[in-house]
Design a protein around this ligand. Structure first.
Ligand SMILES: *Cc1c(COP(=O)(O)O)cnc(C)c1O
Length: 379
């Protein structure tokens, strides 16, 4: 099956009880147990709920994992994976990492004795050099945010296997439609399903998929023990969003490529970060491990004053955090997602005061281009 078909035919698309074309929202916390000697498949909804089960099966199919797990947010999903690590573990993570994951690692897991070394993950030698005898996992995002840096996933898996450590990839920016890390040997895939998988800026959700059966049991154990599960209604919204993942990704990506090329040639734009541009340093590597460059790009228009004029003039994109929605979303990393990062650290990572990130939605490409043109004229 091709991905477009798989988005619709995950094997759980029809309700087994009624034949309904859409998995019902099983709004129930507990389930009748007629015979306690033969426990039913569902007993209590923290442990399992049929609507959540459908979305867990769907993501497992799309990512090519053995099992999937749905959580109340991307951070709950990511945290659940870290909670499987033993006390005293060390993690090697990409330095261009999602802010919430940075906070969880440096301010929560550090308290529990799980430490992290952040490295420039575009360099495999830097990843390998950071591994210590206590290292249990390599945590990666590719493309990264907002720098759009590319990590060699096959190379990272190779290093991890040689050192006997897990590989965990946050696949939020690509979605399984464009990149399936399990196929490259990655052990654990995590998602903020709030973004492309949900796709409509109407829910917060997280997903995990794994290849190994024992690790799957452990993630399930953590999910049930900590209880940050996705509710039935949000599970249903997510299932609905995932059905149109392929068409949304395709159109948004085509528009993103066009906008990136336009911005690249604009005299007021200093640089464009998008793996679909041939001059992007990770272009060839990215295209060797993903099916497309995606729908998110970053571009630099100089300084904070220019950004203010641009944002005052732009009409269609929502000016907000988040990404991966039907509507385009423009965000300002220096003042939004990375505001809590010290300025010198931001500068070191290329998150300048002129950098904007655009998540391209489903608006007409000509309309978006005209909108960018007008806003740039005001800069
Ligand atoms: C949004 C995001 C997260 C966190 O997910 P939530 O659903 O907001 O908890 C993690 N990683 C990436 C790359 C994200 O964009």
């Amino acid at each position: 099956m091709k991905m477009d078909t798989l988005c619709l035919h995950t094997g759980v698309e029809i309700d087994p009880v009624t034949g309904a074309a859409s998995t019902p929202i099983y709004q129930a916390s507990t389930f009748h147990q007629a015979d306690w000697d033969n426990p039913p498949p569902y007993d209590y909804a923290r442990s399992g709920n049929p609507t959540r089960h459908a979305v867990e099966e769907a993501i497992a199919k799309l990512e090519g994992g053995r099992r999937g797990f749905a959580f109340a947010s991307g951070m709950a999903a990511i945290t659940a994976v870290f909670l499987t690590l033993p006390a005293g573990s060390h993690i090697v993570a990409c330095e261009d990492i999602y802010g919430g994951t940075f906070r969880a690692l440096t301010r929560v897991f550090a308290r529990l004795g799980i430490t992290t070394t952040f490295v420039d993950a575009t360099r495999l030698d830097a990843i390998e050099a950071a591994i210590t005898p206590r290292t249990r996992a390599i945590y990666l995002e590719t493309p990264s945010n907002p720098g759009m840096q590319i990590t060699d996933l096959r190379g990272a898996v190779d290093i991890a296997r040689r050192h006997g450590v897990l590989t965990i990839v946050d696949n939020t920016f690509m979605s399984p439609y464009l990149q399936r890390p399990h196929e490259l040997g990655v052990d654990v895939v995590v998602h903020s399903a709030t973004k492309f998988l949900g796709g409509h800026s109407d829910l917060v959700a997280g997903l995990v998929t794994v290849r190994d059966a024992a690790l799957a049991d452990d993630i399930y154990f953590i999910q049930n023990s900590f209880g940050a599960v996705l509710g039935p209604h949000d599970s249903w919204l997510l299932l609905r969003g995932m059905k149109t993942l392929a068409v949304r990704m395709k159109q948004s990506q085509a528009t993103a490529q066009r906008l990136a090329e336009y911005l690249q040639g604009h005299p007021k734009v200093r640089r464009v970060l998008y793996p679909g541009l041939p001059h992007h340093p990770g272009h060839a590597l990215h295209m060797s491990q993903a099916d497309g460059p995606g729908a998110v790009l970053s571009f630099d228009i100089g300084d904070a004053a220019a950004v203010r004029r641009f944002v005052e003039r732009i009409r269609y994109p929502l000016f907000a955090v988040s990404l991966g929605a039907v509507e385009s979303i423009l965000s300002y990393p220096a003042r939004m997602s990375h505001a809590s990062m010290p300025p010198e650290e931001r500068a070191r990572r290329g998150i300048t005061d002129g950098l904007l990130r655009l998540s391209v939605g489903l608006e007409d490409a000509d309309d978006l281009l005209t909108d960018l043109e007008a806003a740039l004229a005001a800069v």
